[in-house]
Design a protein around this ligand. Sequence first.
Ligand code: LAN
Length: 655
Amino acid sequence: MPEARQAARNGLSDAVERALRHLQDTQSSDGSWHGDYGGPVFLLPTLIAATHIVGAPFDQETEADFVRYFRHEQNPDGGWPLHSGGESYVYTTALCYVAQRLLGIPAEDPDLRRGRAWLLDRGGAASVPPWGKFLLALLNLYDYDGVMPVPPELWLLPKALPAHPSRFWCHSRMVYLPMSYLYGIRAQAPLTPALRALRDEIFCEPFEGFDFRASQTRCAASDVYTPLSRTYRVLNGLLNGYEAVAGKSLRDRANAYVLDQVRQEDENTNFICIGPINKVLNMLCWHFAEHGGERVAAHRRQLPEYLWKGDHGTHMQGYNSSRLWDTAFAVQAVCATGRMDQARAMLEEAHGYIERNQVLEDTPDRARYFRDASKGGWPFSNRKHGWPISDCTAEGLKSAIALQAHVAQPISAERLHDAADLILDWQNGDGGWPTYEKARTPSWMEALNPSLVFADIMVDHSYVECTSACLQALVGYRARYGDTARAARIEQAIERGRAFLLKRQRADGSWIGSWGICFTYGTWFAVSGLRAVGLAADATPIRRAAAFLMSHQLPDGGWGETIESCKQDSYVSCPDGQVVMTSWAVLSLLQSDQADSEAVRAGVAFLRSRQQPDGGWPDETIAGVFNRTCAITYDNYRKIFGLWALAAAEPCMER
Ligand code: LAN
């Protein structure tokens, strides 16, 4: 055996064992892995604003820990970033400033002074992007004249219109829903001395007499990623015209319609809601509609689902955990080690979590509430949340199949058939898979994105990651249940999905990722998907992918990308290798004809050099992203993908 290979091999199985044990040691009692799902900084101040309006503060200890979080996230320039570690935004600076004031920090506090100076230098509240202005209006810190109109009546338009709100990507739809109600009733907190003081602090001009209407579409350059389209500007003019003449009876009807939709979303999700923003806004709807009452209380009871107490304070997470997703990956990483017997107890527990958290029924009256089928799907977090997702369903199905022979009570074939059916139904016309729902409107509807801060929020496009995961799941399902009634549909779906992935490969051999940073993530998914559907390790697309990855390997043997890759649409390296991205790159190369290469050996050596005595890996740059601009933390990725990459490399190194 050549010396280099021998060196690479030495101790590798010990590293795998240690990583495996670390995974085992950190498994939660419910069989899943729990970790921080933070990162976005705009969530906590939104929550604090809402609880202030509702008049339901947190206990003192928690509030002090919120402040600790804000202090930790503040940038040296005084501002607050959109996501941990990012550059300062006017949006988050205004919101974090206001939230801390509401928590009782005085305006003269030196950190708040710095924050205020940064904000006022960039135009103050008038330069806050639309969602921020909306929140300020709720707090009575902005006039509704300065808020881009979101009339609830749009929900009453003919459903066949491509711009009907029911056709938006579900996350935008579910945020727009409560927003349109709150806008429709011009919901506003009563003006208190504390709020009056804030009006003097966050504006560059006196609040009284300020031309709010003219400020509607104003936004600081630091915050703009997707400028308002001309189409939206025209639409915004029309909506303002409509607002001037809107009649009471239609408004009342629209409000009642919207509130019923809000009610159904709350009930479908056990008051967790699809995401953190609509969670908070739905709670506010009930505060204003029912002046408190049982629904507000039910919302408050579920708030802890979203909170995470970390080393640097307590914050609001981007979802009510990533448990199902992480558990499905953890299972696959363990299976890659081949040490099923040794890991039997851990796998049994993990399987239990996956089994208990499959969604077993559709939501009630689902057509009326614009919901696709859910039965058989898996969510990202837990069953209580209730919204199944294409790739979470795929990863759930893959891991359930992988564990069938290793657990006492495997999930029934019926339930796996349901999952396969759902995956088949979700495939988009272009052959790819969306996140939650089959695309309901053409891609050009992105022109109606009013957020300025995010991209790709209007349409549930087809994604490389979702497509790859669904293809892998269908291939696994076909191998296990080849002769079911769906066989022909599966063949066709696989063919179309494969064509989609091939078409999305870029000239440089990479694929862009949308939910992880960035090209290493997208390329890992695409390579795994294409290999699963039958491409050979030396097929041209796989070779091109390998060449792409190898061209970005860092001198330390690792790979690392920053969120700038997502924003700029081209590879932007970190100075040093990162464990998660290195793992994705190694896992991709291992599936190519470069499995036995210096690049892989150096990647594995990098991973081993970073492994800690307990078998885990230290914290590093954020690996997750959404809507191109906002990073989100996947706490468990280091230990899961680190293990997976080492385990997958083990047999190659031993050849
Ligand atoms: C998520 C979390 C999970 C993620 C994956 C399953 C990993 C992905 O493969 C598909 C997309 C999905 C479901 C996803 C979409 C966008 C979400 C919901 C998030 C990143 C978590 C938070 C984010 C949500 C939009 C944040 C709220 C902010 C708004 C702009 C509404």
